[in-house]
Design a protein around this ligand. Structure first.
Ligand code: FES
Length: 567
């Protein structure tokens, strides 16, 4: 027996089997409900309004079994649409320092063994060309090979036609995949793009992904591979560049292991040991793939890439990098040393763990404007509002606090507008339509305060581990998607960062992607990344007896004195 499920406002109809969950039926038809728990029924993010036999009610899509024809009022599906921006940014490069080179090769006699031996002699440091590379050479008519693309003196691609040669760079995040397409001959970034990490259907945080990898490792790897290749293909079409020959990427340690189809399960077990730090050059679908090494189970190549980009250990200054992603990693560097920690902030900085939270994709509210009179306005990344991304959450909580609508503990005050009681939690409605409402409740605010307190306490603990305090820092780099949407005053007001001299703070956006782009044409920077990965101290905050005390002390919204921000 089967039933029809009509979705509004898309007016799409799917057929479900009797007893199938709404979540499962939608998934089978390519519609993925937003979720943080992977369909376990614990996150509440798949709550939808349905109409059954004329009665409208709210249900959890992952728990609701379809036993009649129904209508569903929801637009809260994961959005896999790509966003691509064309650009024309020249990358700093000197020919001697470049990691990438296209080496011309000429043949007097064409034979496979001759080719390999010539390759060995033309690229002096090559002793043993990678077997996959040799296999790919063997597939081509040798007379058609004009050159070899090398990466750090390692041959990675035989080239038949040098026209429009491109290289792809990727930041592999738990929530989003961000890519750049680089014109190799001009050494320019021609396009940047972003797409949701399709593994989100397995849950929003690292823990859920590790659990899912026990059963779906190959599928999870394929999901990332397919969406990133599709993004590169569309960027190449838009720029008239060839599909990339090399993919160079950085990601957190768990995402990187899943990408290579290596089980990350040991990372979840104490003492969180990752099976590998540096993976060898890899061939997949005729694409050469190489990634930035990681430091520890919860400090990945994305942080190493960011540290290299911020020129850690490149001078006398004391520098901190805070990456506000799904976990919240922090790095600290002096003139000849560096240290890292993971603040275990959870997924709140990617919109996870918040009932109406979402990544910075279509429909995400990324900025709120709250007047003291209680007027609430906002902007979205694009389209009609369907949720709040992390940037929106920071500006919302900061704005509500500044206007006196939430107190220091994050509870709504009597003057707060649009507040109602739903169950035990007070909820503020920010937007409503026939498809549902976008709201924030006191549990969400509390979840966010716990996350920001973890970052603050983590950074303070890392500083204290080496005898420093906040005021000793010369530069504080804030990285992550959120850094593209939020002002430093908002961070100060909610107490994620202390109100120090404003010139010390630098919002740098996606430092992982920027680091990879710059490393391609700088052997010095690449070598620095390798060195940082090898030598950075890993500070385990779970064994720091003062971390919990600092975290508890940071569980409030601290600053209402606006004069503090005028310095
Ligand atoms: Fe349904 Fe999490 S509660 S997906």
């Amino acid at each position: 027996m089967s039933f029809s499920v009509l979705f509004h406002p898309s007016e799409q109809t799917i057929i479900s089997y009797a007893g199938e969950t709404l979540y499962g039926a939608a998934k089978r038809n390519g519609l993925f409900f937003q979720n943080a728990c992977g369909g376990l029924g614990t996150c509440g993010k798949c709550m939808v309004k349905i109409k059954e036999a004329g009665v409208i009610k709210e249900v959890l899509a992952c728990k609701y079994k379809i036993l009649a024809d129904i209508e569903v009022f929801s637009q809260s599906f994961f959005d896999y649409s790509e966003r691509i921006y064309l650009t024309d940014e020249i990358l700093p490069c000197s020919c001697e320092d470049s990691l990438l080179a296209v080496k011309d090769i000429s043949f007097s006699e064409y034979s496979f063994s001759n080719f390999v031996s010539r390759l060995e002699s033309s690229i002096s440091s090559i002793k043993d060309p990678d077997l996959d590379f040799i296999r790919s050479v063997a597939e081509l008519p040798l007379e058609s090979i004009k050159a070899v693309l090398t990466f750090g003196d390692y041959p990675c691609l035989p080239i038949q036609d040098k026209t429009g040669l491109s290289v792809g760079v990727m930041d592999l995040g738990t929530t989003a995949i961000k890519c750049s397409l680089i014109d190799l001959s001009e050494k320019r970034v021609k396009a940047r793009g972003t797409v949701l990490n399709a593994q989100c259907v397995f849950g929003s945080d690292i823990t859920a992904r590790i659990e899912a990898s026990k059963s779906y490792l190959t599928e999870m790897s394929e999901l990332v591979w397919n969406v990133s290749l599709s993004l590169f293909r569309n960027m190449a079409d838009k720029t008239d560049l060839a599909f990339p020959s090399l993919l160079f990427f950085a990601g957190n340690t768990v995402m990187t292991h899943i990408f290579y189809k290596v089980s990350p399960i040991s990372i979840r077990k104490i003492p969180s040991v990752a099976p590998a730090s540096l993976f060898p050059m890899y061939r997949r679908d005729k694409l050469s793939v190489f990634s930035v090494p990681s430091i520890a189970g919860y400090v990945g190549g994305d942080i190493v890439s960011g540290m290299a980009f911020c020129n850690f250990c490149g001078g006398e200054s004391l520098t901190m990098l805070i990456d506000l992603g799904t976990n919240g990693e922090i790095a600290l560097g002096g003139s000849d040393w560096s240290a890292v920690c993971s603040a275990s902030a959870g997924p709140a900085f990617e919109g996870g763990g918040i009932k109406c939270g979402m990544g910075a994709f279509k429909g995400a509210i990324d900025k709120f404007f709250i007047s003291p009179a209680g007027k609430i306005e906002f902007s979205t990344v694009s389209g009609d509002p369907s949720g709040i991304c992390a940037g929106g959450l920071v500006s919302l909580i900061s704005g509500l606090f500044a206007a006196g609508f939430v107190d220091k503990k994050g509870r709504f005050t009597d003057s707060a507008p649009f507040v109602s009681k739903v169950g035990v939690a007070s909820r503020m409605t920010l937007f409503s339509s026939s498809q549902g409402e976008v709201f924030i409740d006191e549990e969400d605010i509390s979840c966010f305060i716990r996350a920001k307190a973890a970052i603050y306490a983590g950074a303070e603990s890392l500083l204290a581990s080496f005898g420093f305090s906040w005021s000793d820092l010369d530069a504080i780099y804030i990285a992550g998607n959120i850094a593209e949407h939020v002002s430093i005053e908002d961070f100060w007001r909610i107490g994620l960062l202390p109100p120090l001299d404003k010139t010390k703070f630098k919002m740098i956006g996606n430092s992982s992607l920027l680091g990879c782009e710059n490393m391609l044409f700088s052997r010095r920077l690449f070598n620095k990344a390798l060195e940082l990965a090898k030598t950075s101290f890993y500070v385990d905050l779970s064994s720091d007896p003062n971390f919990m005390e600092r975290w508890t002390a940071a569980l409030f919204l601290p600053h209402t004195d606006e004069n503090l921000f005028k310095r």
